[in-house]
Design a protein around this ligand. Structure first.
Ligand code: AMP
Ligand code: GLY
Length: 429
């Protein structure tokens, strides 16, 4: 079978890498792909927002499965268009992708099906939003309803901060994505992510992960797409995982089906593990980046039958094996990220750095020019390692990363700190 992967990040490199190990696969295409995928996939120029062009390409190359990596093409209805042309695609319909594309949509669904989440209100008028905030007090969380590339959430410590956020967002800071607001209670606890595949009526639980959203060590500074991640998330005990499945994922799946819009694809639930148990912060409807990289390193089974079953049904017939050992990924980003940064700087010694058998370097914002690898994006490389515990995986990842010759890059040196602190406590007690 031939497979087309849409996207260009570390997530898509990890998917291509895992898919390439499947005996079911002949050719892999990545649109547009990146500088690290060349030996596994043909990187092609194809505008994923031009759905007719994607359909034509699939017909021409006899594509048996399209795997859509990022959220934007899902929210724009690429999967609907492909399915209408009888092309099998992994990912939700545009309607179901509202679980990520509209925070208000998700909160209302949670309310209808008693899914644990922070108490909330939806607003389009500045004064109504301010009245709600002054009644509830602070801290309080102000969110643009739509997709805002991870920047549309403000945790307001004071009423003034909350009022400013309301004015900024409803005033047009995020364009259409901020035409509506969700304002919600501030949840206290530890964050974790849970991933499960779904074919509309069955789920296949995958694994848990934790990421580091902030750019600075000790989880400080502005938010980014993610500076590192590890899997599994120690806070997700078997009990928390069971509760997440039973109280959050299954009611969502049943609710979407009952309402005539079954969800197919991957549920990526952002959770707060509070004193009461797991509560849903948000859904994403695609794999996390960089969470996908650690998931793919731990996945033992062939991914292709599972992706196909999500699209065509019978996911309950698929079994998925996992390596018990943890995986950890460190993101190397261009200096200046998440602000402005230089492009087209050269990265050296990647082959030597990635030669350890427990390590794989996934590329994100890179391109290959002749025999050189150039950095073209903010997040550029994901140095990913497995080890018998998180400390060992982290040591392997940093040992590899330190061999990379890229003076214009930086990383956080404390990825995995929470899990490693837990491991140390366990050794002491
Ligand atoms: P979101 O884009 O909705 O995942 O929000 C981004 C980040 O904001 C989350 O990963 C949390 O760290 C934080 N956050 C969002 N909602 C809440 C909440 N209700 N209580 C506490 N923190 C939150
Ligand atoms: N790493 C967070 C995300 O993919 O949304």
């Amino acid at each position: 079978m031939n497979i087309l992967v849409i996207g260009s990040g570390g997530r898509e490199h990890a998917l291509v890498w895992k898919i390439s190990q499947s005996p079911l696969v002949e050719n892999i295409f990545a649109a547009p792909g990146n500088g690290g995928m060349g030996n596994l996939a043909s990187c092609i120029t194809l505008d994923s927002s031009d759905h007719c062009a994607v359909v034509n390409f699939c017909n021409k190359e006899d594509i048996g499965l399209v795997v859509v990596g990022p959220e934007v093409p899902l929210v724009e209805g690429l999967v609907d268009h492909l399915e209408a042309e009888k092309i099998i695609a992994f990912g939700p319909s545009a309607y179901a992708a509202q679980l990520e594309g509209s925070k208000g949509f998700t909160k209302d669904l949670c309310a209808r099906y008693n899914i644990p989440t922070a108490a909330y209100g939806r607003f389009t008028e500045i004064q109504d939003a301010k009245d709600f905030v002054s009644e509830k007090g602070t801290p309080i969380v102000i969110k643009a309803d739509g997709l805002a590339a991870g920047k549309g959430v403000i945790i307001a410590e004071t009423l003034d901060q909350a009022y400013t956020a309301i004015e900024d967002i409803l005033g047009g800071q995020f364009g259409e994505a901020g035409a509506e607001l969700v304002i919600e209670e501030f949840l206290v606890g530890e964050e974790a992510s849970f991933f499960a595949l779904c074919d509309g009526e069955n789920i296949l639980p995958l694994a848990t992960a934790q990421d580091h959203k902030q750019v600075g060590e000790g989880d400080t500074g502005p938010n980014t797409g993610g500076m590192g991640a590890y899997s599994p998330a120690p806070v997700m005990t078997d009990d928390m995982t069971d509760r997440t499945i039973n109280e959050i994922i299954l009611p969502t799946m049943r609710g979407m089906k009952e309402e005539g819009h079954p969800f197919k694809g991957v549920f990526f639930a952002g959770l707060m593990i509070t004193a009461k148990g797991p509560e849903l912060i948000e859904y994403n409807v695609r794999f996390g980046d960089p969470e996908c990289q650690v998931l793919m390193m731990r996945m033992k089974s062939d991914i292709v039958p599972a992706l196909l079953a999500c699209a065509t049904g019978d996911l309950d017939q698929v079994e998925m094996g996992w390596h018990d050992t943890p995986a950890l990924t460190v993101v190397m980003a261009a200096k200046g990220y998440p602000g402005s940064y230089d492009k087209n700087t050269e990265i050296g010694n990647l082959e030597q750095a990635g030669s350890d058998e427990n390590t794989f370097i996934f590329h994100a914002g890179t391109k290959k020019q002749e025999d050189k690898i150039l950095a073209t994006g903010g997040r550029v490389l994901n140095v990913t390692s497995v080890g018998k515990n998180v400390s060992e995986a982290r040591n392997a990842a940093y040992a590899a990363l330190d061999q990379i010759d890229w003076p214009q890059g930086f990383c956080r040196r404390d990825i995995g700190w929470r899990a490693i602190m837990r491991e140390r406590k366990k050794t002491v007690t």
